[in-house]
Design a protein around this ligand. Sequence first.
Ligand code: HEM
Length: 463
Amino acid sequence: MAIRGHGHLLSARYLLLQFTDSANGKAYLAELEPLITTATERKPDVARQLAFTYSGLQFLQLPERTLGSFSREFREGMTEAHRQFILGDFGEHSPDNWDWGNNPSEIHLLLMLFAEGEEDLQQLVDQELTRASAYGVKHQVSLPTAMLHDQKEHFGFRDDISRPIISELVKDKELGTTPTFPAGEFIMGYKNLYDEYAPSPLVEETQQGAEVLSGHPDLPGLVDLGRNGTYLVFRQLKQEVFLFWEYLKSQSSSMEDSIALASKMVGRWPDGSPLVLCPFKNDPSLAQANNFGYWDEDRDGMKCPIGAHIRRTNPRDHLVTETSKKDSTEMVAKHLMLRKGRPYGNPVSKGMVLNEILAAEDDGEDRGLHFICMVTDIRRQFEFVQNNWVNFHKFGGSEEDADPLIGNHYQEGSVVTDRFSIPRYPVRRRLENLPNFVQVRGGGYFFFPGKKALQFISKYHED
Ligand code: HEM
């Protein structure tokens, strides 16, 4: 299964590669396949994982019917006009301004390399680039990563706290009230929330090489190329850390106020404690708290604004368009994602100390988040969230707001969403003229194959 993020391997690099010859490309994959790390390997010293773009699979000449069985979003790619519209990638976010991914045919493969330290990583990268070049596989882009102190992202907030728990993987029966979700929401080959096998790419069982793949339980004559794989959504998001804190300072009278206001935008305090559980002050004992809702605690958003980043991206039991806690919980469950990204670039403060971040001068360096999420349905999960919750100006009854942290507030031909409403008694507070704090610099949709699928892809050739 594709579910490990290799958190113990602190160094990682993502390489974007392009095949130049289909037969050589497959020979390369056949050599690499035994080295690909599987989820069953506990704490390896180094890890390699790979994922394909649709143009990569086309280049390898997979059977036409198999290519056609991938989802429309994956086949079209992130920069196709309709997808661009759904994602709100206009203006500053437009693929025309990206550093990579704007020409999907140039990127066929994402090779993700992980090691314990930078030296080991460099060795691994050199080794893999030598291997690739021996098969004529072109190195297009190299994306460095940098884990920040204390599990933080560059603005200074703890990240990677909330993550859907997969029912099939829960051994601990003590989980009690913690909600769990079926594997098929995140990994192909398993049942999803609709009690159906997640939509998956398929191969005819008579196809040469298909014997390594498992039969599809519901579709006789077809084998499942997706099993134990998933779709991987990748967005390189540049973070304007100085702009973020300058803006907050301009809206508040003290450093404490700036931090409180920024926390309203995120929905958690910098240490991770959720505003809905401790609205007035952070509580370190709640830094990893994730079993909470909004319906009973905070329907009006007085504690955690309805438009805060974590409340837009996962409204939990209180989606304002739903009329009950149960309906909301069920609706929201269909739009979750397994996040696996890593930050990149030097932190403004090595120890991620907020006083230092707030006091620092703009150094003009490029830093941000390689946002990665895994989903079995790109449209229903990632794109839905981005379209209906992150960028939608009427989300939660607002009129001109979008996600204050990651929203694209200035899209030509669309409503300007440069406001952030903070419910407050007796009158709400409204921030105005929000700049974009995040900019998309690249991205793509990838297919992350299970081991057997990779064997099939590397060995398949037309009769
Ligand atoms: C540079 C860009 C981003 C930054 C700095 C950022 C930051 C954060 C932070 C600090 C948290 C709270 C920690 C946690 O709950 O795990 C969070 C949660 C989350 N973010 Fe982001 N994020 C970014 C981009 C995105 C994008 C593009 C999406 C998806 C469209 C997204 C979806 C989520 C989700 C689903 C959660 C968990 C919410 C919950 O379950 O309560 N984030 N993010």
